[in-house]
Design a protein around this ligand. Structure first.
Ligand SMILES: NC(=O)c1ccc[n+]([C@@H]2O[C@H](COP(=O)([O-])OP(=O)(O)OC[C@H]3O[C@@H](n4cnc5c(N)ncnc54)[C@H](OP(=O)(O)O)[C@@H]3O)[C@@H](O)[C@H]2O)c1
Length: 215
């Protein structure tokens, strides 16, 4: 039975991953790190939900809830919302990596990240570069199992932030989906959430990349 630490549980992918985790027979406990409280789970659920409302800029190093088996990270923002390239990197890179460092130090053996199609630490594009750097630095944390899930544009689910141009383009490209290369076709948040959760829980040893067309 797996104890899972989840970030981004108020977002489109993370909320779906939380719902799936709370219904998953392989999971015994979910520690959800959020900026604001989650709604109470279905009272019928067998899985314990431990919602910790935290200051992500000052994550407590010695909290006992870091002691989990697996981490699933669906946290992220946009450059526009963050306000600057540096602020974007502090969220999309520094927070997932810090969570990884602290959970690994407490014994977690598996980490699954929602990254992005085209993630590349050498890219000239800020978003793709930051996503690639995040993958790279999480690999360096030494998790026995690490998975980068690399979706193309997402559709479905409920975003907590206002939709941006990227979201609208993802929506529009659904019309073109049949003629797009498979890797760039929009993908439903449910498929991303399922892949994220399965990767974190199954903890297959090694480093894995799940490209969008495989989700
Ligand atoms: N949208 C797309 O088309 C797309 C495509 C490829 C990859 N991705 C990646 O997929 C991931 C999930 O995307 P999504 O669409 O599910 O995002 P979303 O709906 O906007 O949710 C983002 C989550 O991250 C949290 N978050 C944002 N800024 C934070 C901060 N400073 N501190 C702590 N938590 C913070 C949000 O918490 P609050 O509710 O508190 O704001 C929310 O839980 C992101 O990493 C994104 O880059 C998205």
């Amino acid at each position: 039975m797996t104890s899972l630490l989840l970030t981004g549980a108020t977002g489109a992918v993370g909320a779906r991953a939380l719902t799936l985790a709370l219904a998953d027979p392989r999971v015994e406990r979910v520690v959800a790190l959020t900026r604001r409280p989650l709604a109470d789970p279905d009272p019928e659920t067998r899985v314990v939900l431990d919602n910790r409302v935290v200051d992500f800029q000052a994550l407590p190093e010695d909290a006992d809830w870091w002691q989990v088996d697996a981490v699933a990270c669906a946290l992220g923002t946009t450059r526009k919302l963050a306000g600057s390239p540096d602020a974007f990197r502090r969220i999309d890179h520094d927070l997932p990596v810090r969570v990884g460092e602290l959970a690994r130090a407490a014994g977690a053996t598996s980490y699954a990240l929602v990254s992005s199609v085209g993630a590349d630490a050498g890219s000239r594009n800020l978003y793709l570069r930051v996503k690639g750097e995040t993958e790279r630095d999480l690999r360096a944390c030494g998790f026995p199992s690490f998975t980068a899930v690399r979706p193309s544009g997402l559709y479905g689910g409920t975003r907590t932030r206002q939709e941006n141009l990227g979201d609208r383009l993802a929506g529009a490209s659904r019309v073109l989906s049949p003629v797009l290369p498979a890797r760039y076709r929009p993908v439903h948040v449910d498929l991303v959430a399922r892949a994220l959760l399965d990767a974190a829980i199954s903890a297959v040893p090694g480093e894995h990349v799940l490209e969008s067309e495989t989700l």
